[in-house]
Design a binder for this molecule. Structure first.
Ligand code: SF4
Ligand code: SF4
Length: 410
């Protein structure tokens, strides 16, 4: 790889440019910008500075000494890390099937945010958010919710779940403190199927949001804490209900720990589809709703998981399922990921509004999601369309006759 020329950049910037210059020139040489049309931020802003093309072009300009990280850092807030651009990019499409190649815009955005932090350039919302997360060891849920280690297992009140064991359930902060009905549904369904699992002794934030916003040291510190806790209590397998945690545990943690990372990560939605197929769970109570399904970006576009949630929905009697005709790179984003709601809540709201407008075209009364992070903005947008936003695990629990309990928002 060619060394990046040093235009008086800091050492961390020089290292970043040498890592990313080739990918950026490759993007630039294609010129068609297909990515723009699938980018949820572009769809609601039409701002050319907030596209994957611009994100790559900035790197080229930085290498030429025409821009510094502080000139462009703020632009990189405008990304939900959904991955649509990566799938749509011809650099992925033309070579992907053969070489399993994928453009890496999501990584570029993440690394550019980290570069900004390393150079002392902070976005005010990100900085505050990460300070609060550090103090509380959990994401700072808004409102009167008591977010702390002391309350991390409050959601499971009355469910009689053990601590530790070979298999544990990791509950993301949004679900543990805000939408507690989701982990309550998951835990009770797993109990119904006879799956043995416990809870973590001391569960900190997975560190994924800090990593996405560029606060790498904090992210790694949290990861080290969680892995040490797993090892100390003999955990071999972690069940994960939140798509964001799933990305963190299957992509960030292996990058931090390499071959020392011996934990099996199981996505709950895949496990539940399997339990249904094996006859260990049989949804029997009809649910008379007309629904569509919201593919969380981190499951569908980032991980290729879109069949299993549909298998679960098709197993529930009474549902009329009006599915979207677009999956993979075409599925719509909620706007709730990648730290966008922290700095640009108004953009998150517009993207969620777009998503609900698409659901309304299918004449549904319910939008089913599988991601606690998307449910808050989607629910807010759903009110205007009289469309209820329901989590897939809650819906399955209902059809299994389980009284879930808990809160669907503070
Ligand atoms: S990211 Fe891909 S689709 Fe977008 S401009 Fe670059 S090469 Fe073209
Ligand atoms: S990851 Fe999503 S939000 Fe970010 S640039 Fe790509 S399409 Fe846009």
């Amino acid at each position: 790889m060619t060394e990046a020329p040093d235009h008086h950049h800091s050492p961390v910037t020089v290292e970043f440019l040498s890592d990313w210059r080739n990918a950026s020139y490759n993007c630039f040489s294609s010129g068609h910008k297909f990515c723009r049309e699938v980018c949820p931020v572009m769809q609601v802003t039409r701002n050319e500075s907030w596209t994957p093309t611009a994100f790559h072009a900035n790197v080229v300009a930085m290498e030429k000494g025409e821009l510094t990280v502080s000139d462009v850092a703020e632009d990189y807030v405008n990304c939900t890390q959904c991955g649509a651009c990566e799938l749509r990019c011809p650099n992925t499409l033309f070579t992907g099937d053969f070489y399993r190649f994928r453009t890496r815009t999501v990584d570029l955005v993440k690394q550019m945010r980290a570069l900004a932090v390393d150079n002392g350039v902070h976005q005010p919302g990100y900085q505050r958010w990460n300070q609060l997360t550090d103090e509380r060891t959990h994401e700072p849920v808004l409102g009167e919710v008591p977010v702390s280690q002391d309350h991390v297992r409050d959601w499971s009140s009355g469910l009689d779940l053990p601590i530790g064991g070979e298999t544990i359930l990791f509950v993301d902060c949004e679900a543990a403190f805000y939408r507690t009905s989701v982990p309550r549904a998951v835990a009770q369904i797993l109990q119904r199927a006879g799956v043995e699992f416990g809870l973590m002794r001391e569960q900190w934030c997975c560190g994924g949001p800090a990593a996405e916003m560029g606060y790498r040291d904090q992210a790694k510190r949290f990861a080290e804490h969680n892995l040490a806790d797993w090892r100390a209590s003999g955990v071999k397998r972690v069940l994960v209900l939140d798509p964001h945690d799933y990305i963190t545990f299957t992509e960030d943690y292996p990058a931090y720990f390499g071959d020392d990372y011996e934990i099996e990560i199981v996505l709950v939605v895949e496990l539940l589809a399997k339990l249904i197929a094996e006859g260990r769970l049989t949804p029997e109570i009809p649910i008379e709703h007309t629904i569509t399904y919201h593919d969380p970006c981190r499951l569908n576009k980032r991980k290729g998981v879109w069949r299993e949630p549909r298998e679960i929905l098709r197993s529930i009697p009474g549902l009329t399922f009006n599915d979207v005709d677009r999956v993979t790179q075409w599925s719509y984003c909620s706007g709730g990921g990648g730290g966008l709601p922290v700095e640009k809540p108004e953009l998150t709201a517009k993207i969620s509004e777009n998503r609900l407008a698409k659901a309304a075209e299918l004449e549904v009364d319910t939008l089913v999601s599988a991601c606690p992070w998307s449910e808050r903005p989607l629910s807010a947008a759903g009110e205007a369309h009289a469309i209820d936003v329901v989590d897939i695990h809650e819906l399955l629990a209902e059809s299994l006759g389980i009284e879930v309990g808990g809160s669907r928002g503070a």
